[in-house]
Design a protein. Structure first.
Length: 378
């Protein structure tokens, strides 16, 4: 294999010519993105995550996106009760793979930025330019309490994240010694070597959904993840949303690519896929976990009407905790994914009930169809 340049352009292309990038989302967390009690639900053990990464690498999946989660949501399965820390996990996976890009997901307020910058550089050297950073400002109060860290109000969270990412970028790029002193950080005499692989920097993504979150992503990131994909709204609506994000970024002199997320249940027949979807995500939903997630967002029988509560409960379970469900035959799923590409989305991160069992069929059946649509290399 030729040595990678590590240029930002090549990093964003994930070192291949696939127009529509496909990633695996949330596999570092127990049960992945499905709050289900089915016995085959995802373990998120290191052995399974490693086997999945090797399989994904071999089958041509472009990236792995973990979830930065620290504490389970409760319920019978304690959904997300066991999670592999994402940067150390990425380092291990990068050492054992050849082509795939692996993200680390980091809550800015929980990590010293210079230690974080050096962890990212280390992972990036291990992967020879294949490490990516998902920066999270944070939202989950209970998780923050467990670190003894007070969650700031929403606007201040992003003001802090701005100082944090500026410090990380300076540690990645600045020669010699510098001070980074602002409203929140007081870093003196900082010196950080080595710099990232190839003398460039890892790609950075963010998935803020508020106006402030989106503005942060546009100012600082290369990729913006939104849950509003073409599959949820009309193709024209999605194309317009992508265009809006890109042109807002261009107005401040930045290029940004838009990605989305989803859950895949792909089977040879539509009936089989729908049966399994109902079985795993509705009939065997871990309702205690779903209710725990809703409570964190202050959605309880006390705060909303019974109708709204029932609708939210069902929506959270059925939509894989916030990602469109792609349920059907390879033809149907390839068509729906192709629509994302046609809408201008650069890629999608998907989850499965059991990633290892379900990824081979998806790769063998859906990826060649996307290649025939001209959205992926053969
Ligand atoms: C694709 C995607 C990945 C995300 N990953 C994480 C994560 O790993 N950990 C986390 O705490 N929040 C995660 N979030 C939540 C966002 O970072 C953000 O906090 C949330 O969308 C609220 O947006 P706001 O901060 O603009 O209000 C993710 C959201 C999306 C859509």
């Amino acid at each position: 294999m030729l040595a990678r340049t590590g240029s930002l352009r090549d990093r964003m292309a994930m070192y291949n010519g696939n127009a529509l990038k496909i990633g695996v989302f949330g596999a570092n967390c127990s049960s992945g993105r499905s709050a289900t009690k089915v016995p085959e639900r995802w373990s998120a053990s290191w052995e399974d995550c490693l086997a999945l990464a090797r399989l994904a690498d071999e089958k041509g999946i472009d990236f792995i996106l973990p979830i930065g989660r620290w504490k389970g949501y409760g319920g019978e399965t304690d959904f997300h009760g066991a999670t592999l820390e994402t940067v150390t996990c990425a380092a291990g996976l990068l050492a054992c793979t050849e082509r795939i890009t692996v993200f680390g997901t980091v809550h800015a307020p929980l990590f010293n930025p210079i230690i974080a910058a050096k962890m990212f550089v280390t992972a990036d050297h291990i992967g020879e330019g294949r490490f990516g950073l998902n920066i999270v400002a944070g939202w989950n109060e209970g998780e923050f309490e467990m670190f003894g860290v007070k969650q700031r109000d929403h606007e201040a969270r992003y003001a802090f994240a701005q100082e944090w990412i500026d410090a990380v970028k300076r540690a990645w790029s600045e020669a010699g010694t510098f001070d980074a002193v602002g409203e929140f950080l007081k870093l003196k005499g900082v010196r950080a070597y080595p710099k990232p692989y190839g003398g460039t920097r890892p790609i950075i993504m963010n998935a803020g959904s508020s106006g402030t979150g989106q503005a942060f992503a546009l100012r600082n990131c290369d990729a913006f993840f939104t849950t509003t994909g073409a599959a949820r709204i009309s193709l024209a609506g999605a194309a317009q949303r992508v265009q809006e994000v890109k042109s807002t970024a261009q107005a401040i002199g930045r290029d940004i690519e838009v990605f989305t997320v989803g859950q895949v249940i792909c089977r040879p027949s539509q009936a089989e896929a729908e049966d399994y979807y109902r079985h795993a995500l509705i009939d065997n939903a871990d309702w205690g976990a779903v209710e725990g997630m809703l409570a964190l967002r202050n959605i309880t029988p006390q705060t909303v009407s019974p109708e709204e509560y029932a609708a939210k409960r069902r929506y959270f379970a059925a939509n894989a905790i916030g990602g469109y469900p792609f349920v059907g035959t390879p033809d149907k799923i390839a068509d729906e994914l192709a629509d994302l590409g046609r809408a201008g989305l650069r890629g999608i991160a998907v989850s499965f009930v059991n990633y290892l069992q379900e990824l081979p069929y998806f790769c063998d059946e859906v990826l060649p169809r996307l290649a025939r649509f001209g959205l992926r290399e053969e």
